[in-house]
Structures are given as C-alpha cells and as structure tokens.
Design a protein around this ligand. Structure first.
Ligand SMILES: Nc1ncnc2c1ncn2[C@@H]1O[C@H](COP(=O)(O)OP(=O)(O)OP(=O)(O)O)[C@@H](O)[C@H]1O
Length: 257
C-alpha cells in the first residue's frame, strides 16, 4: 500500500462508490494540501457530496483508499473513524440542521461543549463566531425564530468554532441570497486561512469556486479537467420544490475532459 505524499492532509486513490447499483464515483483520486481551500466543482449529481462523504470518513468506498495525514481512514474501525470525524473534521450541510430546543449561541457552542470545553468558554467562542458571521444579534433566539439564511450562518459558526483540521462544506451558501453569499464565503475562507483550517468545498456555481485556491471537477462520478459552471442562482423560497432550477443548473454546465 503506497503512503500518501507528505504535504497532502487528505489523499484518496481510485475511489469507487455505487448507490443502489448506480455508479456515483468511478476511480476518483484526489490530494488536498494542508491549509488549502479546494473546491470540488461539477453539476448536480456529479458525485461531489459522495466524494466529501468518503474523504470525511462518513462513507466507506467499495474500492480505494482514503488517508488523513498518515492514517488510513479506509481501514479504521468505526469507532476510530467516528472519533476522527468528531475531533478533527467539521461538516457544513447545504441546509442548516440545528437543535430546535437550543438558542443560536448554544447551537454554535455545541461541538465545543461536546469536546469538554466549559460552557463559559464555549459561549465566548460561539458569540465571537456569530458576530463575525453577522448574526450576533440572533444569539438568544431559537432556530424557529431565525431566517433560513441566519440558521445557515449559525451552522457555519458551529463548524468553525472548534477550529477543526478540515471543514467539509457541501454547498454551504445554497440557502443564501446572492448578496449574502460572497460575504459568508469570504468569512468562511478568511477564518479558515487565519486558523490554518483546510476546506473542501462542494459547489456547482462558478462564483463560489472562484474563491478557492484550486478546483477539481467531477462529471458523472469521474474527474475531468474542466467543468464550466454556471453563475450562482438565487435560492428557492422555502418550501418551494427545486426541480426546474436543478434542471437549469445541469443544462447550463459544459465540460472539457
Ligand atoms: N443515497 C443515495 N441513494 C441513491 N442514489 C444516490 C444517493 N446519494 C446520491 N445518489 C446518486 O449518486 C449520484 C451522485 O450524487 P451526489 O449527491 O454525490 O452528487 P452531487 O454532485 O453532490 O449532487 P448535488 O449537487 O445535487 O448534491 C447521483 O446520481 C445521485 O442521484
């Protein structure tokens, strides 16, 4: 088994994943350098989420290897993988998943408190991150009283607060309007750079990918040289089905393999 290159914090080789018999990743290899912001681009359904799930140890590929620093994630016991995810990785979903009974600051402080940080120190850190993400004024509100875009900022604060080694961000600005996106992404990338956090960012829009140091592109579960991504679309209103927008996103992508 070949060891990964020294300067890659994450390294994956020849990943193969199927979902219900359909290929989601076909022989994907990737290296992520320490401290870099790497965009994983590609149209909807190209395998971005599946790749992030494999790299973060959430999903075991049917074939292939994933290494974090010098540790082989693909052969770790489930408990060791779980500990790695809890202690070293952060995850941001496209739609915020917050604990409804907790306030915004308690949600943002949650991972710190689960790691044993005192409530007082965790609260201070959470409030700082909420301020940086422009939702400091919402700190005492519960999720039901927040806008979707405010909830997403709280979810981003929660991922940043423990300063993980790697943050996996799966379309992190999907619920935000265009005007908010650049500001939230800049806060995320500036915070990552100042804290030495590596970011792996799945996106299907060109404006988001442009903020990364490097982009790798997927199409139909394979690495390709370039995918021309469309500019960001406005998010749908809450509870409005996303079908037509998805079709547009897919149609607007072109590829150069
Ligand atoms: N749990 C699942 N069960 C069945 N098929 C799945 C599942 N998850 C993903 N797929 C399929 O695997 C392929 C890759 O999906 P994936 O979500 O990784 O792509 P993506 O690029 O992240 O797409 P999106 O931008 O829409 O999230 C798609 O064809 C998708 O329909």
């Amino acid at each position: 088994m070949a060891a990964p290159p020294d300067n890659d914090v994450l390294w994956a080789r020849a990943l193969h994943v199927t979902h219900n018999g359909s290929p989601a990743l076909t022989g994907v290899s990737i290296g992520v350098r320490e401290g870099e912001i790497l965009a994983v681009g590609g149209p909807r359904g190209s395998g971005k989420t599946t790749l992030l799930q494999c790299l973060s140890g959430q999903l075991l590929a049917e074939q292939g290897e994933v290494w974090f620093n010098s540790a082989p994630v693909h052969t770790m016991s489930p408990m060791k993988r779980e500990r790695l995810r809890r202690d070293r990785f952060g995850w941001i979903d496209p739609a915020p998943v917050l604990v409804p009974e907790l306030t915004a600051w308690e949600n943002a402080a949650l991972l710190l408190m689960l790691r044993g940080v005192s409530r007082r120190r965790a609260k201070t850190a959470a409030l700082e991150w909420l301020d940086r993400l422009d939702v400091g004024g919402c700190a005492r509100k519960r999720p039901y009283a927040l806008l979707q875009s405010e909830r997403q900022r709280v979810a981003i604060a929660r991922a940043l607060a423990p300063a993980p080694s790697v943050i996996f961000a799966d379309e992190p600005t999907a619920p935000l309007h265009r005007a908010d996106r650049a500001q939230v992404l800049r806060t995320l990338t500036a915070a990552a750079r100042s804290h030495g956090i590596t970011v792996v960012l799945a996106t299907h829009d060109a404006d988001t990918a442009a903020l990364a140091d490097r982009t790798v592109s997927l199409l139909d579960g394979r690495r390709v040289n370039t995918v021309h991504l469309p500019p960001a679309a406005e998010p749908p209103e809450p509870d409005v089905p996303t079908g037509p927008a998805e079709t547009e996103g897919r149609a607007a992508c072109s590829l150069s393999a």
